[in-house]
Design a protein around this ligand. Sequence first.
Ligand code: HEC
Ligand code: HEC
Length: 408
Amino acid sequence: MKKITQLMLITMLLVIAIGCEKLVPGAPEPGDTIAEPTEGLTPSQLAQFVQGDELFAKVFTPAEGLGPIFIQSSCEGCHVGDGKGHPFNTETRFGKLDSNGFDFMLDKGGPQLQFRSLQNYIAEVLPPGYTHTSNRIAPIVIGMGHLAAVSDADILALADPNDLNADGISGRINYVVPKSYFIPQPFHIPNNGMYIGRFGKKAKEITLLDQIVFALKQDMGLTSDFDTEDLYNYQVGIGATDNVPDPEVSSDVVNKLLFYMRTLKTPTRRNENDPDVLAGEQIFDQIGCVKCHISTMTTGSSEIEALSYKVFHPYTDLLLHDMGSALDDGVPEGSATGSEWRTPPLWGLGLAEDSQGGTGYYLHDGRATSLEQAIGFHSTGEASNIANNYYSLSQTEKDQLIKFLKSL
Ligand code: HEC
Ligand code: HEC
């Protein structure tokens, strides 16, 4: 009897404690929010970070140049809370394959479909004659500055295009023609005038700046000094665009977004010392997931002191891998073929459900709604042996592996 009373008292006290906690929101626990600055920024860098954060969340209006055709009105609209996005905002690239090769149909509104439009303007539809589409959901964008600061030499060292070590896994570089405004850094290594692509799902962008300029235009219909030609719907007619003078966003806006992308902190892990998580990490290494999802990288020298020579854990090699027929969308980008995808970083994987509205959507187009399914799609192409290793695990081992992935 006495014990029960004590239990009741403790429960009541707990209820009160939880109640109070809800009324008085404290500072978020580490890992609760992912839009945090990298540690070690100077006060003026922190101020720039905050301005970039606001621009990332800013909803652009038609008067500021949004559209006339677009997919979303803010970066954050797709990269919710800097995390993975919902398939509702899927990007569709399209084109036509014929005897001359793959044509992105630039004269018919390619390479990307803008399926939303301003009032009184017609949204784009897929043009007649297209043969292939490539659908992509927004990836997590935290830690990008760390990936941007890895030297080309480190990426080259991971590549094994002819599988010389005969482990069944190659890893290829997507060499990309640089944009006119590209300024190589000391760590960039050219190859016949081309440079190593590392951003985007097929690694078609060399720098974060390239990615941002592309997003402003192709996702939001915003011109900048780096790309001054506005979008218009080819069905409506050449030049039929909005009346906002170009460039619609200033270089200052682009630079602040870039600074924000560079200085977003890498994700904080959760439960990393849980025995199951530790066992799962070992399984991840043993069965060979780590051959592509490389756990540790180091940045080179950076003029942002906080990014210089930092060891971090992205779980990617930034290389292209042939994932076989299961993930082949027939759309090439740079030298990446339809079945080749850049290994995505796995960091932040356990936070995906939060930013995607409760259900996790995985792989480039969000076709997998569980991590088990995402691994299942590794069964054709280069990762097939490793996927088989996964299927030979006991149920306990599989559960431990998933627990590890969710701790990232
Ligand atoms: C319509 C949804 C959408 C909007 C709006 C959008 N993005 Fe993205 N973002 C994507 C998708 C999809 C990709 C993958 C693109 C690819 O495969 O080429 C991506 C890729 C990226 C990447 C590279 C990530 C990686 O792992 O390589 C960065 C960085 C990024 N976006 C930043 C931004 C910024 C900054 C803005 C605002 C200026 C923005 N995005 C607006 C959907 C969006
Ligand atoms: C040959 C290289 C390779 C190996 C080995 C490999 N992966 Fe992948 N993984 C990839 C690529 C490339 C993708 C992206 C495919 C896509 O988006 O269509 C991917 C995607 C994923 C995703 C989805 C990530 C997301 O953000 O949607 C998960 C989860 C994943 N891999 C886990 C694993 C696990 C666990 C193993 C070991 C059983 C493994 N991978 C082995 C290359 C590899």
